[in-house]
Design a protein. Structure first.
Length: 400
């Protein structure tokens, strides 16, 4: 019969779950992997590509389709998950065949880009993925730290808070790059709230007796507290302009110190308020670039064209700063031309001098300042206009 890479058949899902559990064994493995088939309303059979050898599933790759924010725009992301081959069948290219088919599926479904997390970046680089360094913050809570008085009441969340949490999340992440736009079904079946709601480390900030204005979710991992999620409502709901971010972060830090686990790790949206709060909380804040994330365009020009109208409005309002920007893609270079009356997205010949694909993602997501993206100061005004810095985030709960 030989080897075949193809979409999974519905009756093969149990065999695929068994494959994933064999590669990643554990007490909770099956419950974790089941949600890919039974907890994701976006799942379709061809989003799971499998390698079949003589009638047996020996390899698999899964696609998680997600709608994510990018400023005023919505992009469709294909997350690569559960890349696995049974140990006795590794080294024969079976996973590569599944990955190539998965990329073809995402291209055919007109997804804008793909995202994955890995520790073997070179393996995916050969398939067109680029490393996307992501800021992380670590540090130790200052000895004797005590949260300052606040206008907000802080208490553990309950299941009754779920509607408020969802509303706050939506408002906070409506324009935040890479943040998943969560539906009701997604909250229930993928995030699995309230069934797995960690009440002891999910805290609400309330203005008055019952007006929720923010929440923070952190977990204990080994000897440190890890911030999983933080979101606050709009300023119009705050107490005298006091950002609830500060009260939530300080309360969590105080809890960590009292619990004897003063080490903190954070992958939240690093807004100026959050950064300033951490500088007061932590003894020696250490910024790190997490290099496990990789991204890949899924079409040469579609993503840039989809955001070009909004970029064009921003560019005109800024007085049309001039220049051209050329970026590499897995399909050949693409150019953003700002020399005429309107921004133009154009393909360019192979061999054109181009910025790497990861620079394009860094700019689109607000991760890079102009001087970090390129050393030509003449183009910095154009970059600053089109790609202002931001506070993007991909929340751990959305992980795949």
């Amino acid at each position: 019969m030989g080897f075949e890479a193809r979409a999974i058949r519905e009756e093969e899902r149990e065999e695929c779950l068994a494959l994933w559990c064999e590669v990643w064994p554990g007490e909770h493995s099956r419950a974790y992997f089941e949600r890919y088939f039974y907890g994701d309303v976006e799942w379709l059979p061809y989003y799971t590509q499998v390698g079949v050898l003589d009638g047996k599933l020996v390899s698999a790759v899964h696609i998680c389709k997600r709608t994510v924010a990018c400023g005023d725009f919505r992009l469709t992301m294909g997350g690569i998950a559960n890349v696995a081959t049974l140990p006795e069948h590794r080294g024969h290219g079976y996973n590569t065949a599944c990955l190539e088919r998965a990329i073809g599926v995402m291209e055919a479904d007109a997804m804008d880009f793909s995202l994955l997390g890995t520790g073997i970046n070179g393996y995916y680089a050969r398939l067109g993925f680029s490393t996307l360094p992501w800021p992380r913050l670590e540090g130790t809570v200052r000895p004797g730290f005590t949260p300052r008085p606040t206008a907000y009441m802080l208490r553990p969340a309950t299941a009754d808070d779920l509607p408020a949490i969802r509303e706050i999340y939506a408002a906070y992440n409506r324009q935040r790059p890479v943040a998943v736009q969560r539906t009701e079904a997604y909250w229930r079946d993928w995030i699995r709230f309230p069934d797995r709601m960690p009440k002891e480390t999910l805290w609400m900030a309330l203005h008055g007796a019952d007006w929720a204005v923010g929440y923070v979710w952190y977990t204990w991992q080994g000897d440190h507290a890890n911030f999983e999620e933080l979101a606050v409502s709009g300023p119009e709901t705050w107490a005298e302009g006091e950002d609830p971010t500060v009260a939530l972060l300080e309360a969590a830090a105080g809890d960590a110190l009292r619990s004897g686990q003063p080490q903190l790790r954070a992958g939240i949206a690093f807004t100026p308020v959050a950064v300033a709060a951490f500088s007061r909380i932590l003894e020696k804040p250490e910024w790190r670039n997490d290099t496990h994330g990789m991204a890949r365009l899924l079409h040469r020009e579609n993503l840039l064209k989809s955001v070009a109208i909004g970029l064009n409005d921003r560019w005109i309002a800024a007085g049309r700063p001039r220049g051209t920007l050329t970026f590499e893609t897995p399909y050949g270079p693409i150019r953003l031309d700002a020399e005429g009356d309107f921004l133009q997205v154009e393909t360019t010949p192979e061999g054109a001098r181009a910025l790497p694909q990861e620079t394009l993602f860094g700019l689109l997501l607000g991760l890079l300042a102009p001087e970090q993206a390129m050393d030509d100061p003449a183009l910095h005004p154009l970059l600053a206009t089109l790609f202002p810095p931001g506070a993007p985030v991909f929340w751990p709960a959305d992980g795949f």
